[in-house]
Design a protein around this ligand. Structure first.
Ligand code: NAD
Length: 251
């Protein structure tokens, strides 16, 4: 019953935060969203008002947008690539890399972000469910996605194997996120579920917390405001990622 869930949920002030004790049998699933990279200087979807140069982000980040104007799509991602080369991981990215060094593969780090800041912060196992800004793939052949940090502001890149159009390796609006089976397995095996900096509005990621609860896991949200799916969390720890994440875990 939603009322009972809300009453059970605590919204804790920063001074009251107790670290999450990660025991030898615990497995931690961390889902990150745009909010974890906000303090590194990458605008969240909401901060940007869902717009880029007066275009709706859906118009440059969708299969329809790609069919209509691939040059515009590549201009959008070229600028994002150029920006990603100038930003640094913050204390929250670095803290999650430290947790990975402490508990190894008992941490499953799943990000909705396409930026490379988890890896640059030292994380070695990161599942990018919405793809990676610094990768491209061929839309015409089965060639594997490849590392590509180039900008394509004018001419469209083509595949040197089949001549097909090269597109960003991004899960666009209306496409199915990557590795959902792997994510489902990790969700089932975890004992603690934490979301950091995600509005709870973009599915399927916004639904992971309800799956975690159905498996009896402890569920915690970290961010400056409650997400849209707040009622599914046992606790919302209100604060920014760099304020909360460095002391979030004790392992
Ligand atoms: P969102 O923009 O919908 O929501 C951002 C969330 O971050 C909000 O709930 C906000 O309260 C929170 N937030 C803002 N500042 C924060 C901070 N300093 N610390 C912690 N939290 C903070 O983002 P979303 O839920 O991730 O979903 C939007 C979609 O757009 C996703 O697919 C996302 O990956 C993508 N996106 C990615 C990037 C990136 O790769 N860095 C940037 C923008 C959007």
């Amino acid at each position: 019953m939603p009322g009972a869930t809300l009453m059970a949920m605590s919204r804790v002030g920063r001074a009251d935060f107790q670290p999450i004790e990660v025991g030898a049998n615990d497995r931690v699933f961390v889902l990150t969203g745009a909010g974890i990279s906000a303090e590194s200087g990458i605008a969240t979807f909401r901060d940007a008002g869902g717009l880029w140069e007066k275009h709706r982000v859906e118009d440059v980040a969708s299969p329809e947008g790609w069919r209509k104007d691939p040059k515009l799509v590549w201009r959008f991602y070229s600028l994002r690539r150029a920006q990603a080369l100038t930003v640094e991981p913050n204390a929250a990215h670095i803290a999650l890399a430290k947790l990975e060094r402490a508990i190894g593969d008992r941490l499953f780090l799943c990000t909705q972000n396409v930026d490379p800041l988890h890896e640059r912060g030292g994380s070695e196992r990161v599942l990018h469910m919405h793809g990676e800004l610094m990768k491209s793939r061929c839309s015409g052949c089965a060639r594997a996605p490849f590392t590509d940090d180039k900008s394509y502001p004018d001419a469209l890149p083509v595949c040197d194997r089949c001549g097909g159009a090269i597109r960003p390796h991004i899960c666009w609006f209306g496409e199915i996120p990557f590795d959902m089976e792997v994510i489902g397995d990790a969700l089932r095996r975890s004992t603690v579920f934490v979301t950091i900096g995600s509005s709870g509005a973009v599915y399927p990621a916004a639904g992971f917390v309800r799956a975690a609860r159905s498996f009896g896991q402890r569920t915690i949200y970290v961010g400056p405001e409650e997400p849209e799916n707040a009622s599914a969390f046992d606790e919302c720890r209100l604060g920014t990622a760099t304020q909360v994440v460095p002391s979030l875990f004790s392992a």
